[in-house]
Design a protein around this ligand. Structure first.
Ligand code: ADP
Length: 634
């Protein structure tokens, strides 16, 4: 045992303690994955070394044969993993193995319910990593030394996976990391060559560097124990370099868990090799579930970049637009230089053309998923729909394609579930319908019952119901789909085009003419609360409605802008009334100007309430209404 100096005991960050507790209790039925997680880390550490050694070959310290070794000791009940990768310094070990650096972690932990079944799903979203060692071990020793550091600068990190860990400075001759798992009682099954070999084959065959196990050599009696011989148990070639036809689904899935730091299988993937002017391979995955930090600005995103099979960087963000930030995978280029940097990536024209090709690949993959596996696509939309809605604004070139992937709730009864695509909407549109109708609002309940829908209900025309905060903003970027323009049914003077017959139109004109007097009276009564007063074509049941001016901001956009502290130009609504409604008839016959005024204001305020808006002067509304109620009861 080497000498340990500067020994200290440190507490885990609170979130680590919570994660450890959760993991130990929720993953016991899937224990063997600890090996996959530790091998995944070792492989990343070797990738990092290989990359850094390109500019600093001395880091290899003469030993360029990069590998991972897994061994075991049946008597001591230990499993040991050793890599000759980049290694950790004392400070690295304290931060990397004592804290979780992901932003939003504390928030995420607050969402844990304490119900182990539910939480074990959440842990998948979070990623388990190094701490999974504690599923099978009641003590973990990590010996590590950073490549290039002196042998005396090794670190020994040790913990029982409870509240704290110890660190000490030790001698370590070889660079890299050795992890010793002291198996819990009852877990000795893992101290077994056959078992370890099977787990490695199952989960880590795709790891591009050799994973070695000691060869089982039968001891010959009377002879000295032979030196350990090692044999490689995995395929040890980069998965994406192999032909598609030779790769099994399980291999793609396990590889995803490694690059995606995910626990669950992906929903879909697309593996391609491009040859010609540019040469690269890509393997892109759609995760099954949104990571907990999808909306965190600093959350990791982007692909793993390789250049001629050498790992260059994680989270290369320049290969996909932001609205596809949830896509995981690798891209391996033959054209880029090995010393490419993030700054260069941002400017390189090669990257631009790769980005547009990869974006198309993702959109194609999603189209295929939507077409062939609608249930899977539904689940995709639930997880990532909100992010996809950022697409039309960010990616003008693919607007139509993205629009085709959007899903909405609609009046065709899906209880607010976003499942209707635009192609499906148009396929069942009414004869003569050349528009895509939609209504935006705060909640599904509010829009579903909006008076704006009355005429559509009467005529049996489907209307898309948009209630996500981002929707109005999204629609400001979408003007048409498949040659049909979008129409906000709460906006402007509704023109149903061919959906109204000539007779309908003529009749409407006549009614409008006969009500010119009422329009004028209402204009006087409502004064500057309204931009305009007119006879409505869209109402069957309600007396009145407020429409938004063609160019005015809708309520959602107004609220978003106001919340961000921007000055929003004032805009007034258009008051439309239903000439056939008994209340309007009553109003038309009202002789007293005072009564007429009160009733018009009540109708105006009610229309605002029905649209989900708040009243400018609620007390005045109540006063007027009560006055009428009193008069009614005498
Ligand atoms: P993640 O791999 O998702 O970052 P982990 O908890 O698995 O999270 O690991 C935390 C960090 O510890 C890694 O990011 C890495 O910096 C460091 N680490 C873990 N294992 C090794 C290893 N074998 N060699 C070098 N560093 C390692």
């Amino acid at each position: 045992m080497s000498v340990e100096t500067q020994k200290e005991t440190l507490g885990f960050q609170t979130e680590v303690k919570q994660l450890l507790h959760l993991m130990i209790h929720s993953l016991y039925s899937n224990k063997e994955i600890f090996l996959r997680e530790l091998i995944s880390n070792a492989s990343d550490a070797v990738d990092k070394l290989r990359f850094e050694a390109l500019s600093r070959p001395e880091l290899l310290e003469g030993g360029a044969e990069l590998k991972i070794r897994v061994s075991f000791d049946k008597d001591a009940k230990t499993v040991t993993l050793e890599d000759n990768g980049i290694g950790m310094s004392r400070e690295d070990a304290i931060t990397h193995l004592g804290t979780i650096a992901k932003s939003g972690t504390a928030d995420f932990m607050k969402h844990l319910s304490g119900d182990q079944k539910k939480d074990s799903h959440l842990i998948g979203q979070f990623g388990v990593g190094f701490y999974s060692a504690f599923i099978v071990a009641d003590k973990v020793d990590v010996f590590s030394r950073r490549a290039g550091a002196a042998a005396s600068e090794g670190v020994h990190w040790s913990s029982k996976g409870e509240g704290d860990f110890e660190v000490a400075t030790v001698e370590k001759a070889e660079r890299g990391t050795r992890i010793v798992l002291h198996l819990k009682s009852g877990e000795d099954e893992f101290a077994d060559g056959w078992r370890l070999r099977n787990i490695i084959k199952k989960y880590s065959d795709h790891i591009a560097l050799p994973i070695e196990l000691p060869k089982e050599v039968a001891a010959v009696e009377g002879e000295e124990q032979p030196a350990v011989e090692w044999e490689t148990v995995n395929r040890a070639s980069a998965l994406w370099t192999r032909p598609r036809t030779e790769i099994k689904d399980e291999e793609y899935q396990e590889f995803y868990k490694h690059v995606g730091h995910d626990f669950e299988n992906p929903l879909s993937w697309s593996h391609n090799k491009v040859e010609g002017k540019l040469e690269y391979s890509s393997l892109l995955y759609v995760p099954a579930r949104a990571p907990f930090d999808l909306y965190q600005r600093e959350a990791p995103k982007g692909l793993k970049l390789y250049v001629q099979r050498v790992f260059v960087m994680d989270q290369a963000e320049s290969f996909l637009p932001l609205y596809l930030r949830f896509i995981k995978g690798v891209v391996d280029s033959n054209d880029l230089s090995l010393n490419v940097s993030r700054e260069i990536l941002q400017k390189d024209p090669i990257i631009d053309s790769m980005k547009s090709a990869l974006t198309k690949r993702v959109l194609d993959m999603l189209e295929k998923l939507a077409k062939n596996e609608p249930e899977q696509y539904k689940s995709f939309w639930k997880n990532f729909g909100q992010v996809m809605k950022e697409g039309p604004a960010e990616d003008f070139a693919n607007k139509e394609k993205i629009a085709g992937l959007l899903r909405f709730a609609s009046t065709s009864g899906n209880e607010g579930e976003q499942v209707v695509g635009l192609a499906e909407y148009l396929a069942r549109a009414k004869e003569g319908q050349d528009k895509i109708y939609y209504l935006t609002g705060e909640t599904y309940a509010q829009v579903k019952n909006s008076p704006h829908l009355e005429v559509f209900r009467k005529k049996g025309i489907e209307v898309l119901l948009l209630t996500d905060r981002i929707d109005e903003w999204l629609m400001s970027y979408l003007s048409d789909f498949d040659g049909k323009s979008f129409v906000d049914v709460a906006r402007g003077d509704l023109d149903l085009g061919n959906l109204d017959s000539e007779e309908d139109k003529k009749a409407a004109e006549e009614v409008a003419k006969s009500k010119e007097g009422l329009v004028e009276r209402l204009k006087t009564a409502l004064g500057d609360s309204v931009a305009e007063v007119r006879v409505s074509h869209r109402l069957t049941d309600s007396p009145a409605i407020l429409a938004i001016g063609e160019q005015d901001l809708g309520m959602q956009m107004r609220q978003i802008l106001e919340a961000s502290g921007q000055k929003v130009p004032e805009s007034k609504p258009i008051f439309e009334f239903n000439p056939a409604h008994p209340l309007i008839e009553k109003l038309d016959n009202e002789q007293s100007d005072e009564r007429f005024g009160d009733l018009s204001h009540i109708l105006f305020d009610q229309a605002a309430l029905a649209a989900g808006d708040s009243l400018k002067d609620p007390a005045a509304y109540v006063r007027r209404l009560n006055k009428l109620l009193v008069e009614l009861s005498v």
